[in-house]
Design a protein around this ligand. Structure first.
Ligand code: ADP
Length: 872
């Protein structure tokens, strides 16, 4: 309850005190401001401004109506009439307060007879001679009075012009003039008592002739010894003070700029502001009587033009003088110069700064423009490069040092079936992606793209994509055999990236495969001969076959080293002749040493490409073909032909021999058989001889037929060979036993075997025995006395050498070369068809061995048969 009461009390207090304040501050007050003079007077504006300023400082919303009395024009009666009208108009406007400036306006307002000045507050200022009797009737009137400090003026004049001791006083004879004169005289008395050397001469402008005044203040020489005091600034004063050669001193502030040397009066602007302060207090509720009448502070003001005219330096003036009209230059010279200097300095600094900023800006602009230009140029160049690379048929991908894709050309996109993401040439598809995200390069099942790129990046060298590599698009899975290389990209001597160039070689590879296949099969290899360098460039296939370790390029000298010595001269002569265009045949056949160390027959066919003129060959291209197969066939054919010819010869010889060999025993058989028809005519011994002869010739014939049959079986390949392991001493003993009794009379058969030998051999024992028997038979035929020794030796590992040695007639060196020929006999009269050794040689050949003879005529012969211990 108490709380609620308190709150209501606070609210009431607020209403009581705050509301009037709010209403006062928000109300617009109607103010009448009356000035004594006219709107044209220079100070009129100052008064208005001071008043407005004062009200606004006090937050008073005032609607000020200014009225001008023009007191210099009207007399007292006129002034009063005008004031009545002013009051009437003000009353109609419901004026709240009247502000009055100067003596004339206040006096006429208070005595005009209108009721308004007594009804509303009146605030006055600039009042030099307040009429106290009249003012006492207006308690609502208050304000500021202006002192008339004539003593100050006199003292100031004395100080500034000590040589001027004549004081001239000018006054008008009106009410104010009289008042002022009175006050001045009082002041003079005091001054004169202190300064008796000074004299006073008074002029009354209403009564004295103006010429007398002018005589003293202007024309007379004494004017230079005088000062002019104007207690009341009347209507005529300006015209006099302007021509006065005596400096004029007055207490009227508005007199300045009319030839007055010095005034002692309050500042009019400040006075008006002070009046507004008082009026504001009244409007806010303070009673005028409470405020009372206050005297304004005066200030000494000098006219600069007068200082100059009277040649008075400023330092002769009292302290801190106010000098009006002083040219700014004079007044604030130092500050202005300082200001100018500072301004100039500032301007210079500013200008320098501006210039430097401008320069910097222009440098920046030029830099930016240049950069832009370079960028445009670079973009244009880049586009140009892009277009160049786009027009290349080969795929091109460039990477930066971090192996991020920098550029992919159109051929790559097409080949790898990659989508062209943006057609705009300003953008590069796949730019910035890591190597390996668009495609891979496979080699032997491994992705080698990054390893190649890294190698190029690290070592700064070109690396070829190895043969049999495939490139594969990661997204589309398109792949094909590829060839190409990775090369480092350099800029200003520094490696900036890697470029991969590649092409699809699927067609090429196919063609090459076909070509290689054709070449492989036909053994045809292309080559090229550089006439100037005398160098052949051969295909790898050819190099692989010949005995040369070079890598494709072979000089002519190097080739000559592997040409068969027998073919060298002719081949070189023919080649030189062909190069010199002297040989129409451009086909050379010669032997070249091959990798296996054998000479192989080759045919070089070539064509000469003419150079700048017809005489100079530019290049020679050709193919080389191995003709070894044909040569072998040819040799075989020749051999076959020779064999056939030989066979033909042999056949003739055979027939001739056969006719002789067969006829001889047959003749004997037939002849003796005929004799046996008449068996009774011969004795028993004779018949026995005949039968013996027939038997002997039958055996001969049978042996001959056996030989021929053996030969034909060996020749036709129908002879059977049964290989088995045999014990050699056993075989030898069997031969010995079968031959022992066939020996001629004085010839002994000896078997010679290595001691304690139990050697075995894998062979056909029938054929081996046939050969050894044949050799023993021959030995027996041509040995009349001595011995025939046979056996074997073990001198060679893996081989066994059989020998049959006799002490017979021997065989000459010449005959030794021919005895293995068929049907060859040293002595045609000896027994046999001359086939035995020939058959032996063929059989031994079939058993994998060889047969040879050593013999000396008259001493005997040794036949050697060497056979492998095991079947190969
Ligand atoms: P054939 O079957 O007629 O004996 P061969 O071919 O065996 O003929 O022998 C050819 C010739 O070699 C013989 O006619 C003989 O002149 C000579 N000849 C062979 N063996 C001996 C030998 N041990 N001593 C001397 N001459 C021999």
């Amino acid at each position: 309850m108490t709380q609620k009461f308190n709150r209501i009390l606070i609210l009431l207090v607020f209403i009581l005190f705050a509301l009037p304040a709010i209403s006062t501050s928000s109300k617009i007050h109607e103010i009448l401001f009356v000035q004594s003079y006219t709107e044209q007077d220079t100070w009129s504006k100052e008064l208005n401004e001071g008043l407005i300023k004062g009200f606004s400082e006090n937050s008073i919303h005032a609607n000020i109506t200014v009225e001008y009395l023009n007191s210099r024009f009207w007399n007292w009666r006129g002034e009063e009439e005008i004031m009545r009208r002013v009051c009437k108009r003000a009353a109609e406007r419901n004026t709240d307060l009247i502000v009055v400036a100067n003596d004339e306006a206040l006096y006429s307002l208070l005595v005009c007879g209108h009721s308004l000045p007594s009804e509303i507050p009146v605030v006055f200022f600039g009042i030099q001679f307040p009429n106290e009797e009249v003012l006492s009737r207006y308690p609502n009137a208050t304000g500021l009075t202006s002192p008339v400090p004539y003593d100050v003026l006199l003292e100031t004049a004395k100080k500034i012009f000590p040589e001027r001791k004549n004081v001239l006083s000018l006054s008008e004879n009106n009410a104010l003039g009289k008042n002022s004169n009175k006050v001045f005289r009082d002041t003079w008395k005091e001054f004169h008592s202190r300064n008796p050397e000074y004299t006073l001469k008074e002029f009354d402008l209403m009564n004295d002739a103006i010429t007398a005044v002018l005589e003293d203040i202007q024309i007379s020489v004494d004017a230079h010894k005088s000062i002019l005091i104007v207690p009341y600034w009347g209507l005529y004063m300006p015209s006099l003070s302007k021509v006065s050669k005596s400096p004029t001193f007055t207490a009227c502030g508005s007199a300045l700029f009319n030839g007055v040397f010095c005034t002692a009066a309050p500042d009019m602007y400040e006075d008006a502001r002070g009046a507004a302060n008082i009026a504001s207090k009244i409007l806010k509720g303070t009673s005028p009587s409470e405020i009372g009448i206050t005297e304004s502070e005066y200030e000494l003001v000098f006219d600069y033009n007068q200082l100059k005219f009277f040649n008075v330096a400023k330092d002769r003036l009292p302290r801190n003088p106010i000098v009006m009209n002083e040219p700014y230059m004079q007044k604030y010279g130092f500050w202005i110069i300082l200001g100018y200097v500072l301004l100039l300095g500032f301007l210079v600094v500013f200008l320098v700064r501006l210039i430097s900023i401008n320069r910097r800006e222009s440098r920046k602009r030029i830099k930016a423009q240049t950069k832009l230009m370079i960028q445009n140029k670079l973009v244009a160049q880049r586009n140009e490069f892009d277009n160049v690379f786009h027009s290349i048929r080969e795929g091109v991908i460039t990477y930066d040092k971090d192996l991020r894709i920098h550029f992919v050309n159109r051929s790559t996109l097409r080949m790898l079936n990659l989508p062209e993401e943006v057609n705009n040439s300003g953008f590069r598809p796949y730019e910035g992606l890591q190597a390996g995200t668009v495609c891979r390069i496979h080699h032997n099942g491994k992705n080698i793209l990054r390893s190649i790129l890294k190698k190029v990046n690290r070592q700064g060298i070109s690396v070829e994509i190895p043969e049999n590599s495939f490139i594969e698009a990661i997204d589309s899975k398109v792949y094909f055999p590829v060839s190409g290389e990775c090369v480092p990209i350099f800029a200003n001597g520094k490696q900036t990236g890697v470029a991969l160039t590649f092409r699809n070689i699927s067609d090429e590879a196919l063609q090459k495969k076909f070509f290689d296949l054709a070449i492989e099969e036909s053994s045809i290899y292309p080559w090229q001969y550089n006439v100037e360098e005398q160098t052949f460039t051969f295909s790898i296939g050819f190099i692989m076959r010949i005995a040369c370790n070079k890598n494709g390029k072979i000089t002519r000298k190097e080739l000559n080293k592997i040409i068969h010595p027998d073919d060298l001269v002719e081949t070189n002569n023919n080649f030189n002749a062909a190069v010199d265009d002297k040989l129409t045949n451009t086909r050379l056949t010669f032997r070249l040493l091959n990798k296996e160390g054998y000479y192989e027959w080759w045919e070089f066919r070539f064509s000469i490409i003419k150079g700048l003129n017809e005489d100079i060959p530019y290049n020679i291209v050709g193919v080389s073909q191995s003709i070894q197969r044909y040569k072998t066939t040819e040799e075989e054919l020749i051999a076959a032909r020779d064999i056939a010819l030989q066979a033909d010869k042999l056949k003739t010889a055979f027939l001739a021999n056969m006719s002789h060999e067969i006829r001889t025993p047959l003749n004997a058989i037939v002849g003796f058989s005929d004799l046996l028809k008449d068996i009774r005519s011969f004795s028993e011994e004779e018949v026995e001889l005949f039968v013996d002869t027939i038997n002997k010739n039958c055996i001969l014939l049978l042996a001959l037929i056996n030989d021929i049959l053996d030969l034909s079986r060996v020749e036709s390949g129908s002879m059977d060979f049964q290989f088995a392991q045999y014990n050699l001493p056993v075989i030898m003993r069997e031969i010995y036993e079968s031959q022992r009794l066939n020996m001629p009379k004085n010839v002994k058969l000896i078997m010679e075997l290595p001691e304690n030998n139990d050697k075995t051999i894998v062979t056909d024992t029938v054929r081996l025995k046939q050969v050894i028997n044949n050799l023993i038979n021959n030995a027996a035929k041509f040995t009349s006395s001595g011995s025939i020794t046979f056996g074997y030796t073990e001198n060679e590992p893996y081989f066994t050498t059989f020998f049959v040695k006799d002490t017979g007639k021997g065989i000459s060196q010449k005959e030794q070369e021919r005895i293995f020929e068929r049907f060859y006999k040293v002595d045609t009269f000896t027994q046999g068809a001359g086939l035995g050794l020939s058959i032996c040689q063929t059989i031994i050949g079939r058993l994998g061995g060889s047969i040879s003879v050593k013999s000396k005529e008259g001493e005997g012969s040794v036949f050697f048969v060497t056979l492998p211990n095991h079947r190969s």
